[in-house]
Design a protein around this ligand. Structure first.
Ligand SMILES: CC(C)(COP(=O)(O)OP(=O)(O)OC[C@H]1O[C@@H](n2cnc3c(N)ncnc32)[C@H](O)[C@@H]1OP(=O)(O)O)[C@@H](O)C(=O)NCCC(=O)NCCS
Length: 210
């Protein structure tokens, strides 16, 4: 199954999800790539990474764009030529793009035990209190995704997940929360939406206008 879903996250923001079931050849034949993208693709060691990269180009096509409309800045953040904002994430079987009129950061994370083991290194573990083991893993993975998403919005060197990005406590059933970035003597707030897609967590961060 290729395109899994298109979902409006708000009035000006759309999420596109691809479930990667195609072979490399099938995906490769279905997209046109610029030379620079072809060179990147050839340099990728893992076929899963290549398929993630190609499936993102298929998602671009679903949204009316193609590889020629996409470029990257010096930090690796993707941009669209027409000025619309884009954020990209891929992880094993899935890839996502989020398109928006505003700056957004999106992340897709597979649920894996290691994230919970690493939790003390990137989050306030008091937020995992009173949860069963399964929910601890879900929540730690959401928090990791939150931090990646905020990082993707800001795209600034020096941001530490543990020292600069602070999630306010939230409940998994809410599918949303808020977070603060305290960095360079400034406090910035972000609104977060999250959801679960099979055994993956999807997170999207928005700059808060509050
Ligand atoms: C760049 C980074 C956010 C990518 O996240 P990831 O979970 O490894 O991979 P994802 O699939 O979710 O995202 C990859 C996509 O992010 C985008 N991206 C890369 N660098 C980016 C940046 N600086 N800003 C915004 N988006 C970026 C790209 O589109 C990339 O995919 P593509 O090159 O195939 O188009 C992450 O690797 C990173 O560097 N984080 C830095 C902070 C960090 O790791 N801190 C740990 C401290 S505890």
């Amino acid at each position: 199954m290729p395109l899994l879903k298109i979902k409006a996250l708000n009035e000006t923001t759309q999420l596109y999800v691809w479930k990667i079931t195609e072979t490399f050849d099938e995906l490769f034949r279905s997209v046109a790539l610029k030379d620079i993208s072809l060179a990147r693709l050839e340099g990728m060691k893992a076929e899963s990474h290549q398929k993630g990269f190609l499936s993102v180009r298929r998602l671009l096509m679903e949204a009316g764009y193609n590889d020629f409309d996409l470029y990257y800045d010096e930090f690796g953040k993707p941009h669209l030529q027409d000025g619309k904002h884009i954020s990209i994430s891929h992880s094993n079987d899935f890839s996502v793009i989020v398109l928006s009129a505003v700056n957004i950061g999106a992340d897709l994370e597979i649920l894996k035990e290691k994230t919970l083991k690493l939790a003390p290194r990137f989050m306030d573990v008091s937020h995992l209190k009173n949860l069963n083991k399964e929910d601890e893993l879900f929540k730690a993975t959401v928090v990791w995704g939150i931090k990646e998403s905020v990082f993707k919005i800001k795209n600034e060197v020096g941001i530490s997940f543990k020292d600069h990005i602070f999630e306010h406590d939230f409940s998994l059933v809410d599918r949303k929360c808020t977070v603060e970035l305290r960095f360079n003597n400034k406090v910035e707030c972000f609104d977060i939406l999250f959801d679960f897609i099979e055994n993956y967590v999807f997170v999207c961060a928005f700059e808060s206008n509050k």
